[in-house]
Design a binder for this molecule. Structure first.
Ligand code: SF4
Ligand code: SF4
Length: 386
């Protein structure tokens, strides 16, 4: 049985967030259960990109501050950080408003650039991967994710937040290595099980629905979630946003691995009533992720099937500022996005035959210029997947 605490919080006004964070942590055992004096504790918010907090792409600075202040009471030695999808970690944290809080509280930004290769014998998808030094140097990690939708993994919550412990462009390379959502999910579980954060505190006060994790819309859910079980907390998120947890690859792939529990009768919910947070109209894809077919991935048949059934990214020309970030982050080799014959004065062009739909381009476009189109045949067959 895993415990998940839910606490209502209607605003990012600091005192309200502070009270809610204290209440939530107390409901799952109190702060001293998660850190001791002089231990090195790393706080890991979601700083996907350097967006203003009012875009709700990243963990809100008020939530980060409330968690940091609480942990300072333990006299642990705190640090924090995240490896963004694009750009320098500290610069990104500055733009997201997190760095200012770190300075105010005299907490140092950890090394999220350099990394070491680690061996994880219990890995189910992969046994070797690089983890940033800031995480490896810590005695314990406190994960502070943002509740958002995600096109490949349906949601980005507790499990996926640890993807930011992989340095820089290596993150994109793993998308290339594991184009199948379930393989990628097992990889995420491996990272998470290796790091094993002691506690997850999810910022769902204002979440992101629709075209997340960057291009979606803000959606007020007024909730903070607390647990030491990442699967249980992600399952609680699913209940709130009216999504079958088995449609989330990280939850589905966790079954039988001992990574956590997801069934309602295995989770003890405490705090405010979860039913008071449920948003049945929350915009999220309510279908299981289709399996990637490796055997035919290189063939024309797969391309045909892929182009007719798998949602494809496209650029809304009017919104594109021709920054080229989407080309830079595309992990396909050769790139599935290029400036094409028309040159850099025009939006990049897709080569859909080699695009394997990892959606990194959509995830990191700063202008929300990349959308996903559902192919016609997919719409017809949609009911088969529900
Ligand atoms: S689609 Fe987005 S990321 Fe790509 S060039 Fe245009 S604005 Fe930049
Ligand atoms: S074009 Fe976009 S979706 Fe396709 S492989 Fe490149 S980053 Fe992934």
């Amino acid at each position: 049985m895993s415990r998940v605490a839910l606490v209502r919080c209607e605003t990012y006004q600091y005192d309200a967030v502070k009270n809610a964070v204290e209440k939530g942590v107390n409901l799952i055992g109190g702060i001293n259960k998660f850190a001791d004096k002089n231990e090195k504790i790393l706080l890991k918010p979601n700083i996907l990109v350097g967006d203003n907090p009012d875009k709700h792409t990243t963990t809100h600075p008020s939530v980060f501050k409330a968690v940091a202040e609480l942990f300072l009471q333990t006299k642990a030695i705190l640090s924090y950080g995240d490896s963004p999808g694009f750009g320098y970690p500290e610069l990104t944290a500055k733009k997201a408003g997190i760095y200012k809080v770190g300075n105010e509280l005299n907490i140092k930004f950890a090394d999220f650039i350099n990394s070491s290769n680690v061996l994880f014998k219990n890995g189910i998808q992969i046994k070797n991967f690089n983890i940033v030094k800031g995480v490896l140097d810590a005695d314990g990690v406190i994960s502070i994710p943002k509740l958002k939708t995600h096109q490949l993994e349906r949601i980005t919550g507790a499990v996926k937040n640890q993807m930011g412990c992989i340095p820089g462009f290596l993150k994109n390379e793993f998308h290339l290595k594991f184009p199948d959502a379930y393989d990628f999910a097992r990889f995420l579980l491996d990272i998470n099980n290796y790091i094993k954060p002691r506690l997850y505190i999810v910022d769902g006060i204002i979440a992101m629905e629709g075209n997340g994790p960057r291009g979606g819309d803000a959606k007020k859910l007024s909730v903070l979630l607390f647990s030491n079980d990442p699967i249980a907390i992600d399952a609680a998120i699913c209940k709130i946003i009216n999504l079958n947890p088995e449609f989330v690859p990280t939850i589905k792939a966790s079954i039988g691995t001992g990574s956590g529990v997801y069934k309602e009768d295995e989770i003890e919910l405490v705090g405010d009533d979860i039913n008071s947070f449920i948003d049945r109209k929350f915009k999220v894809i309510r279908q299981p992720k289709e399996k990637y077919n490796y055997n035919t991935a290189k063939g024309n048949i797969f391309s045909l099937i892929k182009n007719h059934f798998v949602r494809k990214p496209y650029i809304v020309d009017l919104n594109c500022v021709k920054c080229g970030i989407c080309i830079k982050v595309c992990p396909s080799n050769p790139k599935a996005l290029s400036w094409g014959n028309k040159g850099k004065d025009n939006p990049p062009e897709y080569n859909y035959s080699i695009c394997f739909r990892c959606y990194c381009c959509q995830e990191l476009c700063p202008e929300k210029a990349i959308k996903l189109k559902t192919p016609f045949l997919r719409k017809i067959f949609k009911k088969l997947y529900i």
